[in-house]
Design a protein around this ligand. Structure first.
Ligand code: FE
Length: 204
């Protein structure tokens, strides 16, 4: 009987695998260290909810901008220097009112307009949120601290690869007359996803 020639190789260590990936990238003229630095910069400095907060603040104070935002979200946010990746083909801005509440999710995975409203929080990627918010949105929102009046309509929007959403929260009345910078400082990521509404202080 011929001698067994097949040998089972042990899996390479993480260090060996990283070195192999780095070598392959170098061979193709790429610099992985630079790439990781660029990615970290994007994550920490660019893909942050503050961009969306600036969009909201401008929409609250500039009616013409607000109309442009509803007509073509990508073009309107570009006016504020905010770019979206090519595969984000539409940015749909959903207007909350005193009688309508919008909330967004991605039932498939974790898609968001991340260059505008920031990278999604862990709970947004969680199967429980993704599965339940479309079926029992009021209960999920209540569990997250947002108890909506029974007569308020709730609309749930499921993000796709090419259509991204952001919620335009209702401006709290006590902030009328504030500067855009002051307004942007109160806009949270949760309010642009639609799991929160911006509070007004209780009347004195
Ligand atoms: Fe997704």
């Amino acid at each position: 009987m011929p001698e067994e020639t097949t040998t089972h190789q042990a899996t390479a260590s993480v260090i060996q695998r990283v070195a192999a990936v780095e070598a392959a990238l170098h061979e193709r003229g790429k610099n992985p260290g630079e790439f990781i630095e660029q990615a970290n910069h994007l994550i920490e400095e660019q893909w942050i909810p503050h961009h969306g907060a600036r969009v909201v603040a401008k929409a609250w104070t500039d009616t013409a901008f607000r109309q442009r935002l509803f007509a073509n979200g990508i073009r309107a946010v570009a006016e504020l220097g905010i770019a979206m990746p090519k595969h984000h083909r539409h940015l749909v801005v959903l207007e909350n009112t005193s009688t309508l509440h919008n909330v967004i999710c991605c039932t498939l995975c974790s898609c968001t307009a991340f260059t505008v409203i920031g990278l999604p929080p862990d709970w947004y990627k969680d199967l429980e949120y993704r599965a339940r918010v479309v079926r029992e949105s009021r209960s999920v929102l209540r569990e997250m601290g947002l108890d909506l009046p029974i007569d308020m309509e709730v609309r749930v929007w499921d993000t796709t690869a090419d259509t991204r959403y952001m919620v335009l929260p209702v401006q709290p009345p006590h902030t009328l007359g504030w500067t855009q910078e002051q307004l942007a400082s109160i806009v949270t990521q949760d309010s642009m996803i639609g799991v929160a509404r911006l509070p007004s202080p209780a009347p004195q």
